[in-house]
Unconditional design. Sequence first.
Length: 268
Amino acid sequence: MLFLTDIETTKQWADIASEHCVVIDNSGAFLEDENVPLVQVDVNEQHLGAFSQANKIAIPSSETAQLALSVGQLHQEVGLVRINVSSYQSVSIAGKEGVTTLAGETARLLNAKEVKTDIFAQQTAFNVFPQIGEFDEEGISFGELRLVNEIRRLLNDPSIIVSSTQVVVPMFYGCAQSVNLQTHYPVDMDEVAQYLHHSEGIKLAKSVCDYTNIISDVINHPEVQVGRLRKDLCDASGVNMWVCADNYHFGVATTAIKVAEKLISTYL
């Protein structure tokens, strides 16, 4: 059974459902539950067999999924010390309601009418604000905390230092990420490019000056696209990249289906 819902609904029904079938959940309810494996195909699918401990499988957020796919091979070959990522997420993170909200607010503002916020913390039209999920007492949003925990689990390395800022931008679909990595030792950019070329589901821009555009390059495409791959001028072991994906075609639903297919073909 697929649980693509909020944490409260998952906590209410997941235990009941898991008594009768395998639960695949995307809510983040099992973020710190070691008995529930966090799985992404092409990153750590070998952990799928651990579902039998609780008859549940967690899948990552769309932001975590595209980041993990982009850095997974590099971490496996070289090792990552630190990941700094700023995610620029479209309003479709809130589903159809998010898209409707942006369209409605845009129309109202263009007709000189006031808007009222409901789905999001702030007005989405003609605005940018750094909040996805509720803030904790330290000012960290749930979305940011979730990405930090999920990327460590997916890469199977709790020692990685991860810093995350998540921003809502006035786009209907897609997610872009500005990513800065620190490797264990300096790596040539051609070598990094080769790791990306050999990563499943990744499309790398042909030139270091090229970058993917959400509207023309990413929307309606299933792969994660990486551009502006370059050295960090401040750190010999630093790597910068721009990562984009369609959070509908690549994101949560696709991840859930891939996990379900792999589960059925291999374990059930």
